[in-house]
Structure formats: structure tokens, C-alpha cells
Write a protein that binds this ligand. Sequence first.
Ligand code: ADP
Ligand code: MG
Length: 228
Amino acid sequence: MSAIVQAEGLVKRYRAGGEEVRALDHVDLAIARGDFVVIAGRSGSGKTTLLNLLGALDAPDAGKLVVAGMDLVQADEAARAHFRLWRVGFVFQAYNLIRALSAWENAAFVLELRGVPKKERKKIAFAMLARVGLAGMEMRRADELSGGQQQRVAVARALAAKPELVLADEPTANLDRGNAESLVRLMRQLNEEEGITFILASHDPTVMAEARTLITLEDGRIVATESR
Ligand code: ADP
Ligand code: MG
């Protein structure tokens, strides 16, 4: 397995009212292609900051970062935007669906940004919704779906883009235990069957239990890396 993420000496600082916070403090990280990684650590440990750097949603202050073959430190904004659209899929805590659109339109959202024709978009979106266990729900409006179903639509949306890498920030935070378990099992299944690399940030024990590689952050530093 070759590395899909290579990071060396990653530093990210925030300034909050004159105080400097080191959200990431010299993080070295190598993640193998095809891995299922959970980044754990208590609130404020730097999980979201790290995921945002990996997804090119934000840029480091120092260090090296290569993700899916792209040097995210050297890349200009156009290259970073291209990377976000074509190389990674995102799943967020709050689902981030467009409420008034149907499940399939939400699942097809990234494809629309990419200019895929409607007929093709619909075909891919329906297939992805079936893949996440939502066959028959394609025409439902997002705001008529349960939290667990909405998060599955978000996973379908991430997958429709055929990414090498899916980044998920606290994906179970708004789900009850049963829905959290089935969502993580779905992600794990997609990882095993499609070979997609998953990197999840979560302090949910249900999620941590499914990790193949568990990385623990504390005050912006990696304090443990565990492979199972
Ligand atoms: P986690 O996701 O593990 O809860 P974060 O990455 O969100 O941690 O935050 C890491 C640290 O950086 C925390 O101390 C947090 O308060 C700080 N931080 C995060 N985002 C900002 C920001 N936009 N401005 C100032 N400080 C921030
Ligand atoms: Mg967070």
C-alpha cells in the first residue's frame, strides 16, 4: 500500500484575541492507501484542523503535506479547488444537505458542479443511494429524512464523486447509537469493497472501535498511533 497522505512537521496556528493557539504542533503523518483511519482526541485537540488541511479546506502555516499525489503546500488556489472537487469526498457532522432538494439531487450535487449531464447524474445518484441502503427514497426531500438517512445521503454524495479519499468530521455526532453503528459499518464496508481510503475525526467509541488505524491527538500533537 502506497501512502495517500504524507505530512511532515505540520503546524497550524490560530490567533484568538491576541492569544496564539497551536491547533497543530508539528504533526508527522503517513496514511496508507486503502486504510480506515480514525483520528481521535478530546474536543479542541486539533482533529477538525487536521482534517481541514487534508481536504485543502485550509492551508498549514508550516510543514509538508502531500495528499493523493498533490502537494497541498505548493498548490495554488485553483489547484486546491480542483483537488476538493475531484479527489476527495467530504462528510460533515451536520450532514450539510440542501433541505429543499430531493435525496438524489443532493447525492448528485458534486456531479452537477462537475458538469455531468442530468441523466447521467441521476443514474449515478440512484446507484449510490442504493449502495447506502436508501433505494426507494430517491425522490424524498432532504428535510423529510431522518438524521440517519440524511447522513447516508451525505455518504452517497461523497461517493458519487468516485473519490480516492473520504474525509468525515464527527460523522456520528448527531446520530443515536444504532444509527451511528450502522453508518460506521457502512463506511467500513465501502472501504473494504471499493478500496476507498477513509479518514474520520471522532471521539465516538462506536467509531473508534471500527478503526484499522487509530491516531490520537492531544493539544495538536499525535500522542499514539495504533494499528489493528
Ligand atoms: P477538535 O476538532 O479536535 O475539537 P479543532 O481543530 O476544532 O479541535 O481546534 C483545535 C484548537 O484550535 C482549539 O484550541 C480551538 O479552540 C482552536 N481553533 C480552531 N479553530 C479556530 C479558529 N477559527 N480560530 C481560533 N481558534 C481556533
Ligand atoms: Mg472538531
